[in-house]
Design a protein. Structure first.
Length: 635
């Protein structure tokens, strides 16, 4: 198909300075015993075998170039390939070599030539002539030149073209392309197929659709077994063809069966069994069953999931992308987190409100810290909340996990707004600081504070007669009605407010040595630095977050960003030169630098945040809270 010329799009390159960060997983893997390692290993193999499907789901051309790049990199080392490119015959400059290699790295990372975050095309920066010349000079090409030529002939246009319909993933009638569907399928056709599948009560999650002609469709189901079922629906013939990606499924099933031999418990065994049956038959109900066993397998040493999970990539949002992951419990971090929970009551007693404003019994939040070992998909998230089947999550449960090592270590050159003199320290302690803030935020921040409620019968859950309003000293007259919630009272402000309270608790409690002793035992000499960078992270977050503020609608795009901004303001308003923001320039452009006086954290900082928390915690008395926040009047 010829590209449209009316709507010009600028090509998007993957910048040479792209932030490539490696995920450190050797420590997590080394903490596993032999049986756990075998379980992780076979699940990893199953995940990567299945993840080849992701290339087929991203674009028509992606699988062909996946094949081509794989062959090239299997046949020769990077050093040989570089010598080939920069040698006398091809004469690549160093910059051109980097452009080529960055493109290929991004291609593998995104499972194709469209970004997994945003779904727009990126193209090689190196010229088409050099790209092709390099491919033709490789050893892999010499071994199967006819097939390589066929790929170049049929798909090179799509690799370099960036005008519609070769620019974004969308239905053809919306100016894009999506390889979940044949080229000739419109959004209307997809809706027709969706209705049909709904009527026969079959999930579209693991399917692709091909339109043979307006009266004849094929729906391909991913499964190992081949079955064909024919339907007539509203005068149209629809064939359900099972067996799509069967060669991949054979390997997925084979590895999962081996994995099942090393399951740690019955839940894992049953879960694997259901996965196997699902991938063999293509029946999504069996995948739902696997998830029922998965949610019962609480806090496993090796955490996993596999299947057709997220529907972001499909323009109709009903077909899911394949993904598989393996993560290990970070035993060291998890022990520290449970020590923190064990000491919760002592720590909470330090907070700046009387115990009557605290919940009667502290309930341990569901929070497991995992380290990613494998993430076979087009992107790696930093947290997971699964399954995606609403009926299961509502009625049977779900799991919420943090993927600690997916955050990555910050690189010096990308750190913004930090005093240049402190950047080295910032890099050194960034991960420790994040652990400090996240642990206190999740475990004690969200878990504390009590809502004062008057129930259906007019009874109060606090001593309405004797408890005094902490700010006025008067009797408490305001509280939540039984049919009100925190969210219904505060609406859009609710989640940002709650995140702010949690971050405030984290900053405040970090000032107590008890918290540092639990989280960083034996590192007394570093406590001040870790605490300092923890506070710095929030301050910088307040500045960075300004880009998420939508001026026209006066909205913050993200709850945590609003939280950091409010705390930044608290620290600036604390005075005493505790936090200052200097306007300066960087590369000729206006720039800001924030400084934070380390020596004042446990004095000025602690007092300011403590006072602020005292007011913010009185969200149990909602009227007050609105007043205290109104004083920020933001931007
Ligand atoms: Zn939070």
């Amino acid at each position: 198909m010829e590209p449209a010329t009316t709507k010009e799009q600028k090509p998007e390159f993957v910048s040479v300075a792209s932030r490539v960060h490696s995920i450190e997983c050797s420590k997590a893997f080394s903490q596993l015993n032999a049986k756990e390692r075998a379980y992780a290993y076979y699940f990893t193999r199953a995940s990567w075998e299945g993840a080849k499907i992701c290339y087929f789901q991203r674009s028509y051309e992606a699988p062909a170039f996946f094949y081509l790049f794989q062959k090239i990199f299997i046949s020769q080392s990077i050093a040989e390939l570089k010598t080939l490119a920069t040698g006398d015959a091809l004469k690549f400059s160093d910059a051109e070599w980097t452009q080529l290699i960055v493109y290929i790295a991004a291609f593998f990372q995104n499972c194709g030539n469209y970004k997994s975050f945003g779904d727009t095309k990126f193209v090689p920066e190196v010229s088409k002539e050099k790209f092709v010349a390099w491919i033709r000079a490789t050893k892999a090409y010499s071994l199967e030149s006819a097939r390589f030529e066929e790929i170049l002939d049929s798909a090179l246009l799509e690799i370099y073209e960036h005008r519609p319909p070769y620019y974004e993933i969308a239905f053809s009638d919306n100016g894009g392309a999506s390889s979940y569907y044949s080229y000739n399928i419109s959004s209307e056709d997809a809706e027709f197929i969706k209705q049909f599948l709904q009527e026969i009560n079959i999930s579209p999650l693991n399917t692709r659709v091909i339109k043979i002609n307006p009266k004849y469709y094929n729906i391909l189901f991913c499964s190992q077994q081949s079955v064909v079922k024919k339907f007539d629906y509203k005068g149209v013939t629809i064939e359900l063809i099972y067996g799509d990606f069967a060669p991949f499924m054979t390997k997925v099933v084979e590895n999962l069966k081996l994995c099942g031999n090393f399951a740690a418990n019955e839940h894992q065994k049953n879960m694997i069994q259901k996965y196997v049956e699902h991938f063999e038959s293509g029946d999504v109900n069996l995948h739902k069953d696997s998830q029922r066993h998965w949610i019962k397998d609480k806090g496993p040493v090796v955490e996993t999931n596999i299947g057709f999970i997220e529907v972001y990539l499909d323009p109709a949002k009903v077909r899911a992308e394949f993904e598989g992951f393996v993560a290990a419990v970070d035993k060291e971090a998890t022990k520290k987190l449970s020590d923190l929970v064990a000491n919760a009551e002592t720590l909470i007693a330090n907070l700046t409100w009387p115990k009557e404003f605290e919940i009667d019994t502290f309930s341990k939040p569901d929070f497991t810290s995992l380290e990613v070992i494998t993430f076979a998909c087009s992107g790696t998230p930093i947290g997971i909340n699964l399954p995606n089947y609403d009926d299961i999550t509502k009625n049977e449960g779900f799991k919420n996990v943090n993927l600690g090592n997916a955050y990555g270590k910050p690189k010096k050159e990308y750190i913004q707004y930090v005093d240049p003199a402190e950047i080295d320290l910032f890099v050194k302690y960034s991960n420790d600081a994040l652990f400090l803030i996240v642990a206190l935020h999740e475990l004690l921040g969200h878990g504390t504070g009590k809502l004062f409620v008057k129930d259906k019968d007019g009874k109060y859950n606090f001593d309405q007669e004797n408890l005094k309003h902490p700010l006025t000293g008067e009797k408490i007259t305001n509280c939540y009605n039984h049919n009100e919630t925190w969210g219904s009272r505060f609406g859009e402000l609710a989640s940002g407010y709650e995140e702010c309270r949690a971050d405030g608790v984290a900053l405040y409690l970090s000032c107590f040595d008890k918290a540092m002793e639990i989280l960083f035992p034996g590192r007394e000499a570093e406590w001040d630095d870790i605490r300092y960078i923890g506070w710095y992270e929030i301050i910088i977050g307040g500045i960075k977050g300004l880009s998420h503020y939508i001026k026209d609608s006066k909205k913050w795009g993200q709850a945590h960003v609003l939280a950091s901004y409010a705390l930044l303001q608290v620290c600036i308003q604390a005075g005493n030169g505790f936090v200052t923001i200097k306007e300066t320039t960087k590369d000729g452009k206006p720039y800001l630098v924030a400084t934070l006086d380390k020596s004042q954290i446990t004095t000025t900082g602690k007092k300011a945040v403590g006072d602020f928390l005292r007011v913010t915690n009185y969200h149990n008395l909602f009227g007050l809270l609105c007043l205290s926040w109104a004083s920020f009047s933001f931007l």
